[in-house]
Ligand binder design. Structure first.
Ligand SMILES: Nc1nc2c(ncn2[C@@H]2O[C@H](COP(=O)(O)OP(=O)(O)OP(=O)(O)O)[C@@H](O)[C@H]2O)c(=O)[nH]1
Ligand SMILES: [Zn+2]
Length: 314
């Protein structure tokens, strides 16, 4: 029987289907396959892997996925998509154009809250003055949440003011692992290329290695953004159709900080904030989007989601 080689620690830095690229602490990278269903890993996972026995190829095997600090995922009625594990924050990049879907933004933020991961919002293309002003206005409730140490919105002009944006982003990203999400066209590639010169070439090579030579862009990638390899960005597709089936309707309010802020004032402890008398949230909505009120649009997103998550529960 061939002697089993030692277990080596590593971090998953790319994944495609069942194939992973694992990086050791000293920066060496190796393609690994999971040993069984239990060792199915996602980008950001810390794993124990093993080299193949001599003469059996270069690919290693993932023997164990170490306990996760968190997992960012979405879930529709039939499928779960895991984006990445062990994150410090999720950066949601939207832009003045194309016009972003507030429902999609809200869903991603709720998923982050539910997983206990800090969300950040950045609004790109500030050079498109008129549409930027409109988008900035739409983001008022989210900018307000920023005042309470929550979200805040970082204005960017990635294609134009690169040095300024680079500094502003590095301030947020240094010494952290950050997942970047955003709708198509918001500037994700521009952002990655600004922080990781040569990223496109890197990604192409990784995708080819993992996908047996065929080029693909539908995988998740980890990039170091500093020499010391303490700050990382993870680029992942799949911002659309952000299912939240893993969240119970009664858990929703706690995942929306501006709604939660008023939920403590409700008459009933199990208030749904939809129709009850003496509801603190409904009273805040009546006051409007002022400083002590709540946004009607945000409450509409809340009630639509509440209905969606209630209907599909069985
Ligand atoms: N006006 C303006 N255009 C920008 C800015 N940043 C990026 N763009 C442009 O927006 C378009 C989309 O940028 P990408 O970086 O390709 O966006 P993406 O999010 O990677 O898009 P997908 O590849 O579709 O996922 C490109 O034509 C960029 O040149 C900006 O600050 N201002
Ligand atoms: Zn209530």
């Amino acid at each position: 029987m061939a002697e089993r080689s030692a277990l080596i620690e590593g971090t998953v830095v790319a994944s495609h289907g069942r194939h992973c690229m694992v990086e050791t602490p000293d920066g060496e990278r190796r393609i690994c396959h999971p040993r069984g269903k239990k060792s199915q890993a996602v980008v950001g996972d810390h794993v124990l892997w093993q080299a193949a026995p001599p003469g059996q190829g270069a690919a290693g095997s993932i023997e164990k996925v170490l306990q996760r600090r968190n997992l960012f995922y979405r879930q529709d009625t039939i499928r779960t998509k895991s984006f990445a594990a062990n994150l410090d924050q999720v950066l949601i990049l939207i832009a003045a154009e194309p016009v972003f879907s507030e429902s999609q933004l809200a869903r991603a933020l709720i998923a982050a809250e539910a997983a206990g991961i800090r969300p950040l919002i950045a609004l790109n293309k500030s050079d498109l003055a008129e549409s930027f002003a409109r988008a900035w206005e739409r983001l008022l409730p989210y900018r307000r949440m920023g005042a309470g140490q929550h979200y805040g919105v970082l204005p960017l002009s990635l294609a134009l003011s690169s040095a300024v944006d680079r500094a502003a982003l590095m301030q947020q990203l240094t010494a952290k692992t950050t997942l970047v999400l955003g709708p198509s066209g918001s500037g994700k590639s521009t952002l990655i290329n600004l922080l990781v010169p040569g990223a496109a070439v890197l990604t192409g090579a990784l995708s080819q290695a993992l996908n047996s030579g065929r080029h693909t862009t539908t995988s998740t990638h980890w990039y170091w953004i500093d020499q010391a390899r303490t700050s990382a960005l993870i680029d992942s597709p799949g911002f659309q159709e952000f299912g939240l089936q893993h969240i119970a309707p009664m858990q929703l309010a706690a995942c929306m900080p501006d709604i939660a802020a008023h939920a403590g004032h409700c008459k009933f402890y199990n208030c749904t904030h939809l129709h009850e008398p003496g509801c603190g949230v409904l009273e805040a909505v009546k006051k409007g989007a002022g400083a002590d009120g709540a946004s009607a649009i945000r409450h509409k997103i809340y009630s639509d989601l509440f209905a969606e998550l209630s209907h599909t529960r069985y």
